[in-house]
Design a protein around this ligand. Structure first.
Ligand SMILES: [Zn+2]
Length: 323
């Protein structure tokens, strides 16, 4: 009895994911479906088709796959050393299923799940895939929220080959054998206000279109805030510089902080040093639950330029008092 390398049949690696196995199966099943071949090749395609389905039957079922993975090409000798191998009760006409002897020996009747070649054949239309894409946003746009038109490449099943990647005996010229085409689509995303960096927005039904009447996948947009010349984002907090004149810093007073939602006036205590940080609560980015982060304004003392004659004289007097 020949060992069957199901991974080789599907052309996947031994550590292939369930998704990779499914995709490989779909592609091969479409390629070798007997109905797609002329009389001359029908029988040969049918053989190959059975082999593909058997491999998929095993590798798509975690239990069967685990059992299969435990054996190797040396399986037969190991198997034969086992004392008194019990004959499979399912052998005979009623178990005829198109499966190989290897499969029957390994799984017998117990491992089967009412499988028939026809219902495993995956011409069934599939729901569209979810897509994830980055959404670069300026801080102004992130604060404002609202509708934003974006252009995005969405993979769609190639209409020329129906996703099989092949036409006739060659690769599909439309998609180059991939089975998918990237189509640029214009989408309107509704942005919440004050959306933070890394937030994922879900746009239902805007992913890859489903086949036939199946529903489309979702589009997940991951917000990527672009660097801003005046504001630095740290989580849901935003930091900016607060420029103070030396007199305000020394004597105290009021100063305006430019925020992304217009200026905010704050009180500056006398004797404010450069680097002192003022917190403006709730003026940062959204941090979930309706709450918002804070705005931090870092004091920076700046000399007005150019100095007026009067100011110069006053500074000179000031210097005298310092000496
Ligand atoms: Zn194609």
């Amino acid at each position: 009895m020949d060992y069957k390398d199901y991974y080789a049949v599907l052309g996947v690696k031994k550590n292939a994911s369930a998704d990779e196995i499914k995709r490989a199966y779909r592609r091969l099943a479409k390629e070798h479906h007997p109905d797609l071949h002329g009389e001359a090749h029908k029988a040969k395609a049918g053989e190959k088709f059975k082999e593909i389905n058997e491999a998929y039957e095993v590798l798509s079922d975690p239990e069967k796959r685990a059992k299969y993975d435990q054996i190797g090409p040396g399986w037969e000798s190991a198997h034969h050393q086992r004392p008194g191998p019990e004959p499979s009760p399912r052998r005979g006409a009623e178990s005829f299923s198109g499966f190989s002897d290897f499969f029957e020996e390994l799984f017998g009747g117990a491992g089967r799940r009412g499988f028939g070649v026809s219902d495993a054949y995956a011409t069934e239309p599939e729901t569209g895939r979810d897509i994830e894409a980055e959404l670069p946003l300026t801080l102004e746009d992130a604060f404002a929220g609202g509708d934003k038109r974006i252009s995005i490449a969405v993979p769609e099943v190639c209409p020329a080959c129906g996703g099989a990647g092949r036409r006739g005996r060659g690769f599909c010229p439309s998609c180059g054998g991939v089975g998918e085409l990237q189509r640029q689509r214009s989408i309107t995303a509704h942005l919440p206000k004050h959306v933070g960096d890394g937030v994922k927005l879900r746009l239902r039904g805007q992913g890859s279109p489903g086949q036939g009447s199946r529903e489309a996948g979702d589009l997940f947009l991951r917000v990527k805030l672009l660097p801003h010349p005046r504001f630095k984002v740290s989580g849901s907090d935003v930091e900016t510089a607060l420029t103070l004149s030396p007199s305000t810093a020394a004597l105290g007073g009021e100063a305006g902080i430019a925020t992304l939602e217009g200026p905010v006036r704050i009180r500056i205590p006398a004797g404010t040093h450069s680097g002192r940080t003022f917190r403006v609560p709730g003026k940062g980015l959204a941090k979930g639950g309706g709450a918002r982060g804070d705005l931090y304004a870092v004091a920076r003392i700046d000399i007005p330029e150019p100095l007026s004659d009067k100011a110069r004289r006053l500074y000179e007097q000031l210097r005298e008092t310092e000496e």
